[in-house]
Design a binder for this molecule. Structure first.
Ligand SMILES: [Mn+2]
Length: 331
C-alpha cells in the first residue's frame, strides 16, 4: 500500500473527483478536504463532490473551495477523470451511484470494505481513513501542507473521540504527531470545533441531567425525553455524543440509553455500552442496528412502552453476559 501505486495513473491538471459516504462525519470530510489540498499541490484539479452543502460544523475546515455540490443523479464524470472514494465501508454507502465504475482509489478503514477500487488502500487497523492517508503520504515523502494537516487531524479527532476510543494505536499517535509537525492548526480546531458546541446541546444536556435514572442494579442509566420537552427546548436534532460520554463514563455503569420521543408515539432509542453488552445485537432486536458499542433503533409506541421493552431486553442480556461481543468497529 503506497502512493507510488497511484502516481503513474495521475497527471497534471487531471480532474479528480473525491467522494465520501452519506451523512459524512469528520473523518470522511476531513480526509476528503485534506486529500484535495494535497492533490492540488501536486498539480491535479481535485473536486470534493457532495450531494448537499457541507454541514455547518465543518465549514471552518480549510479546502472548502474544492467542494462542489452536485445533486444525486446529475453527476457526470469526465471521461479522463479519476474517482477516489473515501471512508466508505461498501460501494453502496458512497453518496453517488458508481454502477460498474471502479474508482481509481478506494481508501478506507472499515473491516467490511470488499475492495471495490482499482487500487484499494484499506486498513481496518487504522483508526481513521485520515490516519491511513497521513501514513501513506508520510512514508512516500509527500508533503502534507498545513491546511491539509488541519483537515486530517480533525478527522483523527472525530473518529477516535479525541484519542479516547479503543481504536487508537501508536500508529494513530504517530500520524497525529506528524500532522502537528506539518503545521496542523490545533488552535483553530479547539476554537471552532472543540469549544464551539451549539447552545442547544447544553439545553439537551440539562434536560438529560434532570431526568436520567439508574436501573438494573445501577448498571444502566436510562433517560426518556418526551416530545413536548424536545420541541419546547428545540433539541430534537441536538447531538448527544457528549451527553453519552458523561452518562457512560460513570463508575459501575455498563450502558446508557436515551429514549427520544421525536413525535408522539415515535421513539428514537440510542444506546452506548462499555464492556459487556452488545449494543448492535440489542438494537437489532428492536429492528435497528449499529456498532458493538453504539447502536440505535426506532420504536413505534409510547415512551412507557419503549422503556418497558428496552428494560426487558437489557435485563435478560445482563443476566446472560455472553451475548456481549469483544472489540469495536470503525466509526
Ligand atoms: Mn472513518
Amino acid at each position: 500500500m503506497n502512493w507510488q501505486q497511484v502516481e503513474p495513473l495521475l497527471y497534471k491538471g487531471q480532474d479528480v473527483a473525491i467522494m465520501v459516504h452519506e451523512r459524512p462525519d469528520g473523518d470522511a470530510l476531513g480526509s476528503a478536504l485534506g486529500l484535495a489540498i494535497v492533490l492540488h499541490t501536486l498539480g491535479m484539479s481535485p473536486r470534493v463532490l457532495r450531494v448537499s452543502p457541507i454541514d455547518e460544523t465543518f465549514t471552518f475546515l480549510p479546502g472548502q473551495s474544492f467542494v462542489e455540490v452536485v445533486p444525486r443523479g446529475e453527476l457526470e464524470l469526465p471521461k479522463n477523470g479519476a474517482v477516489m472514494v473515501l471512508d466508505c465501508g461498501d460501494q453502496e454507502r458512497c453518496e453517488y451511484f458508481l454502477g460498474n465504475k471502479r474508482p481509481l482509489v478506494n481508501a478506507d478503514h472499515h473491516v467490511t470494505n470488499p475492495g471495490f477500487g482499482i487500487i484499494n488502500w484499506v486498513d481496518p487497523g487504522a483508526a481513521a481513513t485520515a490516519e491511513l492517508l497521513s501514513r501513506l503520504f508520510y512514508e512516500d515523502g509527500i508533503t502534507i501542507p498545513p491546511e491539509a494537516a488541519t483537515c486530517f487531524y480533525l478527522a483523527l479527532l472525530t473518529d477516535t473521540g479525541w484519542f479516547h476510543y479503543p481504536n487508537v494505536t501508536w500508529k494513530t499517535m504517530a500520524a497525529a504527531s506528524h500532522l502537528i509537525r506539518q503545521g496542523a492548526d490545533l488552535q483553530l480546531i479547539r476554537s471552532r470545533f472543540g469549544e464551539n458546541h451549539p447552545v442547544k446541546e447544553l439545553r439537551m444536556m440539562k434536560e438529560v441531567m434532570n431526568r436520567f435514572r439508574f436501573i438494573l442494579n445501577d448498571q444502566v442509566i436510562l433517560c426518556s425525553l418526551p416530545c413536548e420537552v424536545m420541541t419546547k427546548q428545540d433539541i430534537l436534532t441536538s447531538e448527544t455524543d457528549r451527553v453519552f460520554d458523561v452518562l457512560k463514563g460513570t463508575q459501575g455503569v455498563e450502558a446508557a440509553v436515551l429514549l427520544k420521543e421525536v413525535e408522539p408515539n415515535l421513539i428514537k432509542i440510542s444506546m452506548r455500552t462499555k464492556q459487556v453488552l452488545n449494543a448492535s445485537e440489542i438494537a437489532g432486536l428492536l429492528g435497528g442496528g449499529g456498532h458493538v458499542r453504539a447502536a440505535g433503533a426506532t420504536f413505534a409506541g409510547s415512551l412507557e412502552a419503549a422503556e418497558t421493552r428496552i428494560i426487558e431486553i437489557l435485563s435478560s442480556r445482563l443476566a446472560t453476559p455472553e451475548s456481549g461481543a469483544a472489540g469495536t468497529q470503525a466509526p
